[in-house]
Write a protein that binds this ligand. Structure first.
Ligand code: PRP
Ligand code: URA
Length: 230
C-alpha cells in the first residue's frame, strides 16, 4: 500500500464527508483541545508528553465506550436497601496497541477498562514508501468473540490503522473501534474506505500531510517524542 496524497479539492470532499458521517466522531471537548495544544508544543518535554498522551487516551476512551453493553443487576447499597444498577456485560474488551507509539496510550485506557485484555500489533511505516510493515501480532486466543478498541496517537496516511484492523479481522474480530489523538482527512477517508464498519474517534482533525507523510500542523513523531529516540 503506497502513500496517498490528496489534492485540495479531494481534501475538501473528505472533510465534508467526515462531518456528515455518523461513524466518525471528532471531539469538541475543551479539556481535549487544551491537552492537545500542550502536546503539540515543541517545548513540551517527554514527561509531560507521556502524561498528556495517557490523559487524552483516557478522555477519548470515555467517549468511545459510550455504547458498551450493560446489564441490570440487583445489589444492596451502603444504605442497606436493594437497588437495580447497571454493570458492563459480556466479555471484557480487547485494547489493540500498534507498536510503538500506541503503548503511550495504554495506561490511560486501562485506567477506565482495567479488566481489558491487550493485543500487540507491530507495524512501522517504511521510511521510503510510508507503507505499513508488519513485524509482530499477538492477541488473546478468543479475540474474535470480543469487542476491540484499536488505539494509536496518529492517523496519517491511514496505512498502519488499516493494516492493524485487517489483521484483527483476519483473526475473526467483528466489532472494532479506532481511537486516535490527531488525524488528517486523507487518513480518515482511507480508513473509512477500507473498513467502513469501524467507527473512528478523533481528538482533533488536522490540515494535511507534508511531503514525508507527517501530519501538519501535527506534533511531530509521536514515538520519538514519547521515547526520546530522535
Ligand atoms: C506512527 C504512528 C502510527 C503511524 C501513522 O508510527 O504511531 O502507527 O505512524 O502513520 P500512517 O497513518 O501513515 O500509517 P510509526 O510508523 O512512526 O512507528 P513507531 O510508533 O514505532 O514510531
Ligand atoms: N506518525 C507520527 O508519529 N507523526 C506523524 O505526523 C505521522 C505519522
Amino acid at each position: 500500500m503506497g502513500r496517498t496524497m490528496m489534492t485540495d479539492e479531494q481534501r475538501e470532499v473528505a472533510r465534508v464527508h467526515i462531518k456528515a458521517d455518523e461513524k466518525v466522531y471528532i471531539s469538541d471537548h475543551p479539556l481535549i483541545h487544551n491537552k492537545i495544544a500542550i502536546l503539540r508544543d515543541a517545548g513540551t518535554n517527554k514527561k509531560e508528553f507521556r502524561e498528556l498522551v495517557n490523559e487524552l487516551a483516557m478522555l477519548l476512551t470515555y467517549e468511545a465506550t459510550r455504547d458498551l453493553l450493560v446489564m441490570t443487576t440487583e445489589i444492596v447499597t451502603g444504605m442497606n436497601v436493594k437497588a437495580e444498577v447497571q454493570k458492563l456485560s459480556g466479555k471484557d474488551v480487547v485494547i489493540a496497541v500498534i507498536l510503538r507509539a500506541s503503548l503511550g496510550m495504554i495506561d490511560g485506557v486501562l485506567e477506565l477498562l482495567p479488566t481489558a485484555a491487550v493485543a500487540h500489533i507491530g507495524i512501522y511505516r517504511d521510511p521510503e514508501t510510508k507503507s505499513p510493515t508488519r513485524y509482530y501480532f499477538k492477541a488473546p486466543s478468543d479475540v474474535a468473540e470480543r469487542e476491540v478498541f484499536v488505539i494509536d496517537p496518529m492517523l496519517a496516511t491511514g496505512g498502519s490503522a488499516i493494516d492493524a484492523i485487517t489483521q484483527l479481522k483476519y483473526a475473526g474480530c467483528q466489532k472494532i473501534h479506532f481511537i486516535c489523538i490527531l488525524a488528517v482527512p486523507e487518513g480518515v477517508a482511507a480508513l473509512r474506505e477500507a473498513h467502513p464498519d469501524v467507527d473512528i474517534y478523533i481528538g482533533e482533525m488536522d490540515e494535511k500531510l507534508d511531503e514525508n507523510a507527517y501530519i501538519l500542523p501535527g506534533l511531530g513523531d509521536a514515538g520519538d517524542r514519547l521515547y526520546g529516540t530522535k
